[in-house]
Design a protein around this ligand. Structure first.
Ligand code: S3P
Length: 436
């Protein structure tokens, strides 16, 4: 099996461009497929996950051209998708499976959605429940797991109060709501990323927001807008990918990096607040708004990190960044404690277990809990390089690669190619910025 060896670094320096935001790329691809005309999506994510979405979209009829300067999707309109003769393969991507389920629930045909071993273990009941309430007929293994068979129907609008704070569930219901005959509303228990709402507005859907409730008018209803129109859009760089570099740079006093063109949507930047509270040195340069999304550059310098507790309503806003924060714990003064994050157990891997196991291999002191973990700070001893098993999970691999840079001795990341799920050039970029 391939392995990547991470040696101790002196500091990080230089400029960095990131892949396009994964969450936004999925949404633009799906909405472009439902729009009329050819959408041009520049800086579309290179992530394997987003290419799973493109493959599914293309299997449903729209022509997808992946070109050097942009991805072009020839949309077929809200009634133009065709049934796919083969199962739609979402690969490792929960976002592909859950969001597409919402769209497929409103079609006049049946579809089968499948994914890799990890995705087949992730809970789908959370989208099956509301989509059934809207009238779709959905079959799943043990009524919860992929493969999913979705028989679309003329959907009824619902008012859905989500039991879990999940942007994917919110998005599935809103996308189904496009096809429902009236106004569908979703209320979230805590704020989650709002890229679906912004993208729907951008493509021409009728959306209203009131506190934690979002309403969408079905396109065929009186105020529904009737159709979506193709757009020419730029995808900002992925802040969740930037975080591995922010963390790595923060570990060395002499670091100085500039990350260009990063998405700074306020429902994603809680991680920057967490870093700031921990004492990290991050400056936002030249923020501007494009297509509803905030974009800017990030200047990161070395610092000394305090650590702290991350819990409650912060959790859904930093859910993808928690592996990196936990892996930084042993370098902080007070350690890192993560609470209220049981969702981490149903991500691409059981991230709580994967973090605890690999941190212990590196000599960290860790207390694993059902809904999080407590990682002791610097006084518990230095991190030592070790063999890291990321369990096929891209964010675990990248978090330990960053943490390994300041450990004593070499850190060996097994199966490093799993990083391609979100960041295919991660190790090249890391090696380019690191001075040894
Ligand atoms: C995502 C939402 C989050 C996140 C995932 C991407 C999205 O999942 O963990 O990586 O694009 O909507 P949940 O909404 O299930 O928490």
């Amino acid at each position: 099996m391939k392995k990547e060896t991470i040696q101790r670094a002196k500091y990080l320096t230089g400029g960095l461009d990131l892949p396009g935001d994964k969450s936004i790329s999925h949404r633009y691809a799906m909405l472009a497929a439902l729009a009329e005309g050819i959408s041009e999506l520049r800086h579309f994510s290179a992530a394997a996950d987003c290419h799973s979405t493109l493959a599914c979209v293309s299997a449903l009829g729209p022509e997808v051209k992946i070109e050097k300067d942009a991805v072009r999707v020839a949309g077929r309109g809200l009634r133009g998708l065709k049934s796919s003769w083969r199962a739609l393969d979402a690969g490792n991507s929960g976002t592909t499976m859950r969001l597409l389920s919402g769209i497929l629930a409103g079609q006049q045909f049946s579809s089968k959605l499948t994914g890799d071993d990890s995705l087949q273990k992730r809970p789908m009941k959370r989208v099956i429940g509301p989509l059934r309430e809207m009238g779709a007929d959905i079959r799943a293994r043990d009524d919860n797991f992929a493969p999913l068979e979705i028989r679309g129907a003329q959907l009824k609008p619902i008012d859905y109060s989500m039991p879990v704070a999940s942007a994917q569930v919110k998005s599935a219901v809103l996308l189904a709501g496009l096809f429902a005959d009236g106004v569908t509303s979703v209320t979230e228990p805590a704020r989650t990323r709002d890229h679906t709402e912004l993208a729907l507005e951008e493509f021409g859907a009728a959306i209203e927001k009131n506190g934690r409730t979002i309403r969408i008018h079905g396109f065929a209803s009186a105020n529904g807008g009737g159709k979506l129109l193709a757009k020419s859009l730029d995808v900002p760089g992925d802040l969740s990918s930037a975080v591995f570099f922010i963390a790595a740079a923060s570990l060395f006093p002499d670091s100085n990096i500039l990350i260009h063109n990063v998405g700074l949507n306020p429902t994603r930047t809680a991680i920057l607040d967490v870093f700031a509270a921990m004492g990290a040195s991050i400056q936002i340069l030249g923020p501007k708004v494009a297509h509803g999304e905030v974009v800017g550059d990030l200047s990161v310098k070395g610092s000394s990190l305090k650590g702290g507790v991350i819990a409650g309503e912060q959790i859904p806003l930093v859910i993808d960044e928690l592996p990196m924060l936990a892996a930084l714990g042993p370098y902080t003064e007070e350690g890192i404690e993560i609470r209220d994050a049981a969702e981490l157990r149903v991500k691409e891997s059981d991230r709580i277990a994967a973090l605890a196991e690999n941190l212990r291999r590196m000599n960290a002191k860790v207390e694993e809990r059902p809904d999080g973990l407590k990682v002791s700070g610097r006084s518990a001893g230095k991190l030592r390089g070790a063999e890291i098993d990321p369990r096929g999970d891209h964010r675990i691999a990248m978090a330990f690669a960053a943490a390994g840079l300041a450990a004593e001795g070499n850190t060996v990341i097994h199966d490093p190619d799993c990083a391609a799920v979100s960041f295919p050039t991660f190790f090249q970029e890391l090696n380019r910025l690191v001075e040894r």
